[in-house]
Design a protein around this ligand. Sequence first.
Ligand code: MTE
Length: 312
Amino acid sequence: MPVKSSDITPQALFMQRRRMLGLGLASLSLPLASGLFADEEELLDPDAPLSLGGQAVAVNKPITATRLDIINSYNNYYEFGFGKEDPSQAPKTLITSPWSVTVGGVGVDNPGIYDIADLHAEHDIENRLYRFRCVEAWSMVVPWNGIPLAAIIKAAKPNSKAKYVRFETLYDDKQMPNANWAGGPYIEGLTIAEAVHPLTLMATGIYDEPLQQQTGAPIRLVVPWKYGFKYAKSIVRIDLVEEMPRNTWWRQNPQEYGFYANVNPKFNHPRWSQASERVVGSFGRQKTLIFNGYADDVAYLYPDLSDRRYFY
Ligand code: MTE
């Protein structure tokens, strides 16, 4: 089932519910209450191992939007360190203004260099409430603001050579303490059909606040049916190309990470199960859904759902 906006609790309401829940918990049995707070403490420990044991519980609905402070403090952005808290605690050295995104490659007839302010001026900013599923088996729900990638691609006038889209992110050791962790810029890619899909977004904000350094300011990719490593942060180049781009994680570890990386609970990561996910900022695990809940919208893009190639 695709996720409807009505399934997602806005942050303010969520906060209100939490307060009510907090009050209610006082009269409930201690194990439940301590379970809630234990998980919050786990959030503070970037090295906490994923707890992969336990029963998966089907609590996918209703969906609660993750709190902004949690979204902004539990991150993967290796250019700013390998720990979950490193990116938010790193000095604010990323210069996000001015910032330009170059759109080019053999697949476009109208290449261009766009200042981020021009992108904002030329395109409507849309709000999208999406599930977010990391390949490490944790998840959040994020209210993104951004520009559909299709609008940016359309403006570049794609031609028949546009088979794939390659994303390149900022690579600057003066602005990023761990810039060279992958031996070059972080690269990601999509097929052209995935890139122009209406769900695919170039995010510029979360909860109507601009993206922070740690969440990929000033512009990042969002592809809600794929694992989070596809969501390249702080993008400086978008190229429409003929060949499948070799993305960073595929290069790093081709046994464990591929190009498509569509979420699928039935295809486990070689080192852990993908059947369920830890809901960050909550106290439960929930069953993982194929295509992260967006199968009705995107399954047609993949001819063979039994082909592992599409799911890692
Ligand atoms: N983009 C860059 N440039 N560098 C990174 O290390 N990590 C990826 C992705 N984009 C990463 C990146 C991974 S593994 C994930 S899960 C998401 O960003 C995390 O996004 P979040 O920190 O906003 O939750």
